[in-house]
Design a protein around this ligand. Sequence first.
Ligand code: SAH
Length: 254
Amino acid sequence: MSATPAAGTASPRPAQAEAAAPNADAAEIAKFQALAARWWDPNSEFRPLHAINPLRLGWIERLAGGLAGRRAIDVGCGGGILAEAMARQGASVTGIDLADKALKVAELHGLESGVNVDYRKISAEAMAETAPEGFDIVTCMEMLEHVPDPASTVAACARMVKPGGWVFVSTLNRNPKSFLFAIIGAEYVLNLLPRGTHEFAKFIRPSELVTAARRAGLEQQAMIGLTYNPLTREYRLVDGDVSVNYLVAFRRPA
Ligand code: SAH
């Protein structure tokens, strides 16, 4: 659970320092910290993120009309899988997260691959204060379902984007099928993800996400599902099936 900021008191343990961000769950951040070293191992816990990356990158590029020369921010960037890929396509990318070990891994990987991304440990809400209307493209992928108050994160994304700019969000739907596929299937049967990666109650229905975005002044442009075939071990973007994993594209009116 998120802790209120301890004004003026030194945090005795790093986990508590991380919890000092108002809209963050220290236990969630700790999970990603613990796995950080394996972020770029394509056969690790992060295999699904590597596998879906070309799909989501292509979807973003098609809708936004390319990335070259655009200013993008990846909120909850982790080890930088999407942030780096956007930078490779010519965007000027900032990546923010609260898991500093993941950010270190991201930075080192960027040095190795020669792709420059500006990684910063800062919350979405604080970044929105620092850089209002600062970006053409805001991405927030597979992160909202780990946050105590996702509407606050969505509102921060809406503040960061320029008028006319794009906000891309992906998360997990909340219904019996998503429980079966995303938790039982992925964590217990297929072992795609470590057990305990996801908490069903934190999953977000598309209607809830769209409502939060609308309240923040964003307009929905497109929504698409992401499905996994365990036989071929392939992911696909599918129109019309947002029952488990899904992505939504929003725009801030110009
Ligand atoms: N967006 C990346 C990583 C997804 S994993 C991708 O799709 O490839 C989820 C990430 O969200 C982790 O890096 C975790 O540290 C981060 N995260 C969780 N809660 C957060 C919060 N409150 N603020 C910022 N980042 C958070």
